[in-house]
Design a protein around this ligand. Structure first.
Ligand code: SAM
Length: 243
């Protein structure tokens, strides 16, 4: 998958993405990330890309010209039809479903705003979709872009060591993941649940599924309402009182 990030802070994005799983995905050639400095598309000698808002008000606005030129140039390097996503607190909220949908794209352009945002005309002319990472306002779109890329990268085939790992993680099927344990077997008086030491994979799977249901009910009952449960699972929950 090819992702081009358009930003005023390309180093911030490039440095952070070269580590851990995303970095490995890039090294393996599964993911190609290019950062483009929107400032390179300024057409004035100071390379400035922002100006005062018409109508007055606080802060500066990223001008339409450099943004539109940067997006159009990025598009020429990517397959036709590449979606342009603008990171915005006004967009629809990013979820695991969004990550899955974006991971199925061959390529993507992520546009990061800064200051008070981007001139609306640039958004009208170039953006396909606005995505927010939550109902709060950040200084720029770089962290949201990195959040999205990280979530998308781990869904690309071959990125996680164990491909099934993404399938059981939280937010798949609207459930949270079961609790995880590693060595030692006992820590400060707390034991690893016996079933995990049994070597019986069917029992382990059944226990994990039950734990997943119970902790989703406990921590995120809103998710459980969306989960598709079997009759047996519904009965299990009904017969197991919450804490
Ligand atoms: N004035 C804008 C508003 O009230 O909608 C907020 C601008 S914000 C300070 C600057 C940039 O940060 C935005 O253009 C956007 O790219 C990014 N940003 C801020 N919060 C975000 C969020 N929750 N999700 C995604 N991007 C965000």
């Amino acid at each position: 998958m090819k992702i081009t990030v358009l930003t005023l802070f390309p180093d911030m994005v490039a440095q952070a993405l070269h580590t851990s799983i995303v970095g490995r995905a890039m090294d393996a050639g599964i993911l190609e990330i290019r950062t483009v400095d929107i400032r390179d598309y300024a057409e004035n000698k100071h390379n400035s890309v922002d100006d005062y808002p018409y109508g007055g008000g606080a802060g500066m606005v990223m001008q339409a010209g450099p943004v539109v030129r940067a997006v159009r140039a990025a598009k020429t390097e990517l397959p036709a039809g590449t979606r342009v996503v603008y990171t915005s607190p006004q967009g629809s909220v990013f979820t695991q479903e969004t990550a899955k949908r974006l991971a199925s794209e061959e390529s993507l352009i992520i546009l990061c705003g800064h200051y008070e945002g981007i001139d609306e005309r640039a958004l009208e002319l170039t953006v396909d979709e606005e995505i927010s990472i939550g109902d709060y306002v950040l200084t720029g779109g770089e962290l949201p872009a990195m959040v999205m890329i990280d979530a998308v990268a781990r869904l690309l085939p071959g990125v996680l060591h164990n491909d099934t790992s993404a399938e059981t993680e939280s937010h798949q099927e609207s459930l949270l993941e079961y609790p995880q344990y590693s060595r030692p077997r006992e820590f400060e008086g707390l034991e690893v649940p016996e079933v995990l030491l049994s070597g019986d994979h069917a029992k382990v799977d059944a226990w994990r599924r039950e734990q997943s249901l119970l902790r989703t009910r406990e921590k995120r009952p809103d998710l459980l309402e969306k989960a598709e449960l079997t009759e047996k699972e519904k009965k299990f929950l009904a017969n197991t009182p919450g804490e």
